[in-house]
Ligand binder design. Structure first.
Ligand SMILES: Cc1ncc(COP(=O)(O)O)c(C=O)c1O
Length: 438
């Protein structure tokens, strides 16, 4: 019997009872369930880093606007599928003030989370050209996007950008685009799971090649403004959140309110389509839609068919939150900076105890401290490491499910770890290090 921070016998038994062959191969939800059961029996609280959920209260201005709207009776009324009239200009204003990009309000759409925005974008964009087969993912990435592609019966290609940063990205990207099978490119920036952020050089390469090969970039800004090395929170003032929209007209932006406004529960996000793409005529769309125009097909085809628009009251919440950050009444990123502060402390605890950060650089710069980080320990694959760390009361997910080629890596999410748990985390990492000397 080993002497581990969480009772060895209980952990082993719970793993056996769960029927999981390997904790390291389990899905996020399976790990969550296993850890819930171990916590319940041992009374020990885990350092829970498996789920990417907000750990902060929702933006209050949104909550109040939504309650107000509900009291006025909006629940009884179908909202316009392209968004309530107050919201659309507020989205366009946000895009101007925080990205320095001009867009017509008709391309500014609310969606049921940015998750639905992604689904609707794949559904429409990947059907613009009958000879093209789907999306190129710049991995590592969010596994649900690939699930969406599979559900739609579309194809995808992917590669891990780890070895193709900076100028090296051009040749690699071009090798895929030359096939002329790629309809769209998707990546998240900052990146879930690795928290790398593309540099201006890289965004410029992506943009230039998107124009050259007539491909649409679907840029997932789920963690808008959360690269805390720079302050992107002052409306109308540089620096702006970097975006590919500076370097091509072929873009669709997915902007989530889940993390930056801690508004995940109300499932509201934004899809913003460039004027060029919105007005593009793609006759192959007529195979699925009544109109060959991308914007029309997206709104009156995909979004209508998926959910007939987005929750009416949540649209009032989003309008109010956007207006507040656009007007400068509240600061966009101040509340979420806590994630970066916690990540800095936690990453040091890991590296002081023999662990390494897997994705550690953006070209020459150290990556930012934010919502996620990735780590490894010498001699372990990610799967083996996760299996072992459960006995130390630490849970996370393997990078293997994210398209990463760094099979030694694990993704840690800082949001649910409280500062009160830092001493436990430090003790457990020290004990792990002692028990697995290097
Ligand atoms: C990279 C990425 N894209 C999209 C989403 C989904 O965002 P939403 O809650 O707005 O649907 C998430 C959520 O974790 C994410 O990490």
């Amino acid at each position: 019997m080993k002497n581990t921070p969480v009772d060895y016998e209980v952990v082993s038994r719970k793993i056996r009872e769960s029927g999981l062959k390997s904790v390291g191969k389990a899905t996020i939800r399976e790990i969550k369930k296993l850890v819930d059961l171990i916590e319940a029996e041992t009374g020990d609280k885990f350092i829970r880093m498996e789920m990417g959920v907000p750990g902060l209260p929702p933006t209050q201005i949104g909550v109040e606007a939504e309650i107000e709207a509900l009291k006025k009776g909006v629940a009884a009324i179908y909202p316009d599928i392209y968004g309530i009239p107050q919201l659309k200009p507020e989205i366009a204003r946000f895009v101007k003030l925080f990205l320095d990009i001009d867009v017509n309000t008709e391309g500014c759409l609310p969606t049921v989370g940015s998750m639905q925005g992604g689904f609707a974008a794949f559904m429409t964009i990947n059907r613009m050209n009958a000879n093209r087969e789907g999306t190129l993912f710049l991995d590592p990435g969010f596994p649900v996007h690939k699930m969406q592609i599979k559900i739609l019966g579309q194809d995808y290609m992917s590669f891990d950008v780890y070895n193709y940063r900076g100028d090296k990205l051009r040749e690699k990207l071009e090798s895929f685009l030359k096939t002329e099978k790629v309809s769209s490119i998707l990546y998240s920036n900052p990146n879930n799971p690795s928290w790398i952020c593309f540099t201006k050089t890289e965004l410029q390469i992506i943009g230039e090649l998107a124009t050259k090969y007539n491909v649409v970039v679907i840029e997932d800004l789920a963690y808008f403004g959360m690269d805390f090395r720079k302050d992107y929170s002052i409306p109308g003032q540089p620096p702006y959140q970097p975006t590919v929209a500076k370097y091509t007209d072929n873009w669709v932006l997915l902007i989530s309110s889940s993390k930056v406004f801690s508004y995940a529960g109300q499932r509201i996000g934004m899809m913003v389509i460039s004027d060029k793409i919105f007005n593009t005529k793609a006759p192959d769309l007529l195979r699925y839609y009544s109109s060959p125009y991308v914007g029309y097909a997206l709104v009156f085809g995909s979004i209508y068919a998926l959910s007939s628009g987005t929750s009416h009251s949540a649209q009032y919440a989003l309008t109010a939150m956007l207006k507040a950050v656009n007007d400068g009444t509240i600061n966009l990123t101040q509340p979420v900076k806590e994630y970066g502060k916690k990540a800095r402390i936690m990453k040091k605890m890991f590296t002081d105890n023999g662990f390494s950060i897997v994705y550690d650089k953006d070209e020459d710069d150290l990556i930012a401290d934010g919502f996620y980080f990735t780590f490894s320990y010498p001699g372990f694959t990610g799967e083996e490491l996760l299996n072992e760390m459960v006995y130390y009361g630490i849970s996370a997910i393997s990078l293997a499910i994210t398209g990463s080629e760094r099979l030694e890596g694990i993704r840690a999410c800082v949001s649910l770890v409280t500062r009160e748990q830092f001493s436990d985390l430090e003790y457990r990492l020290k004990k792990f290090h002692e028990d697995h000397p290097l």
